[in-house]
Design a protein around this ligand. Structure first.
Ligand code: IPD
Ligand code: CA
Ligand code: CA
Length: 328
C-alpha cells in the first residue's frame, strides 16, 4: 500500500486512479464510436493519426483538468491549448516547453471536441527539429511536478484497420516514476490498472505475470517503430528471438503488450524505440504484476529513453536479454 504521507503534495492516488479510469472509459467510448468514421492522416511515412486520436485526447484532458487543474500534461497528440494549463513554477524555471516536447504541432490539439471543430493540420508535420535526437525517441516529461502522460490510442495502425488491438493509455508520472497507470481496451472492455506499491488489476481483479522461466516455453511479443528498415537491428533481434522462443508476435500496441505480460497472456516483450506515452502506464502495470523490466542493456528502465525488455521471471528476462544483445 502506498503511504499517503510519502506521496508528494499529499495527493490521493486512489482519486487519481478514479479520474484516470473515468477519462479512459470516456475516451474509449469516443474511439469506438468513431471506428467507422475516423479520418486518417500520416504524421510521417506509415506513422498514422486519426481525428479519433485527437478527439479522445481532448476528452482525456478535459476530464483530468476538471479535477486537477494544476497538473501538467504530455500527450502524444500535443498539449492542452494554452490558457487551460496553470504552469508549475519548476516547469517554467527549467524552461520546459510543452510544444517542443510533443510530436505534433500544438495546433493539432483541440480541447473538448464537442465545443471546437477538429482542426488537423494538412499534412501533419512529423517530428520537428526541436525534438530529441533519434536515439532518444521518447517525449520529455517536466520534472518536479505531477504530469499526466497520455496516449489516446496506442495501436493507431490497428485502429485504422479495425484490428481489435488498441488501447487508451494514461499514466500519472512524477520525476520518472509512474504512480498510477490505466490501459483501457475498449473493444474487449478490459481495463488494466495499477497504483504504485498496490499491485495490478484487470477489471478490478488482481493480476500476476505467468512466472514462465524458459524461452522455449515462452510466448513473446515485440514492437517495431512504424518505419522499420530492411537490415536494421530490430529485425535481426526479431529473428534471434523467433528461433529461440516457443512463439513470437508483433501485435501493434506497446501498452497492451505490457499488460498482457502482466496478466500472463504473454511471457515477455521488448521494444527498441517507444515513447514515454506508449509505456508510462504499462510499465507500472507490468512491474506491479511481478514482471522483471529493464532497459535492453540490463540497466534500470528509464521512461525517457525509449527501450525496454520485460519478462515474467528473472531467468526468462536474462535469456531474452541474451538473445537481443547477441545482435545489437
Ligand atoms: C505505436 C505502438 C506500437 C509501437 C510503435 C508505437 P501508436 O504507438 O505502441 O506497438 O511499435 O512504436 O508508435 O503510434 O499506435 O500510438
Ligand atoms: Ca503509442
Ligand atoms: Ca497513439
Amino acid at each position: 500500500m502506498s503511504d499517503p504521507q510519502n506521496i508528494p503534495d499529499g495527493l490521493s492516488l486512489a482519486e487519481c486512479l478514479e479520474v484516470a479510469i473515468a477519462a479512459s472509459r470516456a475516451a474509449g467510448k469516443k474511439i469506438v464510436d468513431m471506428l467507422y468514421s475516423a479520418e486518417v492522416h500520416e504524421k510521417s511515412s506509415k506513422d498514422l493519426v486519426t481525428d479519433a486520436d485527437i478527439a479522445a485526447q481532448a476528452i482525456i484532458f478535459e476530464v483530468i483538468l476538471a479535477r486537477f487543474p494544476n497538473h501538467q500534461f504530455v500527450g502524444e497528440e500535443g498539449p492542452p491549448p494554452s490558457g487551460l494549463m496553470k504552469p508549475e513554477p519548476m516547469a517554467l524555471a527549467t524552461g520546459f516547453d510543452f510544444a517542443t516536447s510533443c510530436q505534433i504541432a500544438p495546433e493539432a490539439s483541440v480541447y473538448g471536441s464537442e465545443k471546437m471543430p477538429l482542426s488537423l493540420p494538412q499534412p501533419l508535420t512529423g517530428i520537428k527539429s526541436a525534438d530529441p535526437p533519434p536515439e532518444i525517441v521518447s517525449s520529455i516529461i517536466p520534472p518536479n511536478c505531477w504530469c499526466w502522460v497520455v496516449d489516446p490510442i496506442d495501436g493507431t495502425a490497428n485502429y485504422v484497420h479495425r484490428f481489435p488491438n488498441f488501447a487508451v493509455s494514461i499514466a500519472l508520472v512524477r520525476d520518472g516514476t509512474s504512480y498510477v497507470g490505466v490501459v483501457y481496451d475498449p473493444m474487449a472492455d478490459e481495463l488494466f490498472s495499477a497504483v504504485l506499491s498496490e499491485g495490478a488489476r484487470l477489471n478490478a481483479q488482481p493480476i500476476h505475470c505467468s512466472g514462465c522461466k524458459q524461452i522455449d516455453r515462452a510466448l513473446i511479443a515485440a514492437s517495431f517503430p512504424p518505419n522499420v528498415q530492411r537490415g536494421c537491428v530490430e529485425i535481426e533481434q526479431f529473428i534471434e528471438v523467433l528461433v529461440e522462443a516457443q512463439s513470437l508476435r508483433r501485435l501493434g500496441s506497446a501498452a497492451l503488450n505490457l499488460c498482457y505480460v502482466a496478466c500472463g497472456r504473454l511471457d515477455g516483450y521488448w521494444a527498441g524505440k517507444v515513447r514515454s506515452w506508449d509505456v508510462a502506464a504499462g510499465i507500472l502495470i507490468a512491474e506491479e504484476a511481478g514482471c522483471k523490466l529493464t532497459r535492453m542493456n540490463g540497466s534500470p528502465f528509464v521512461l525517457n529513453l525509449g527501450d525496454l525488455t520485460v519478462a515474467s521471471s528473472a531467468p526468462l528476462h536474462a535469456e531474452l536479454l541474451g538473445c537481443l544483445n547477441r545482435v545489437s
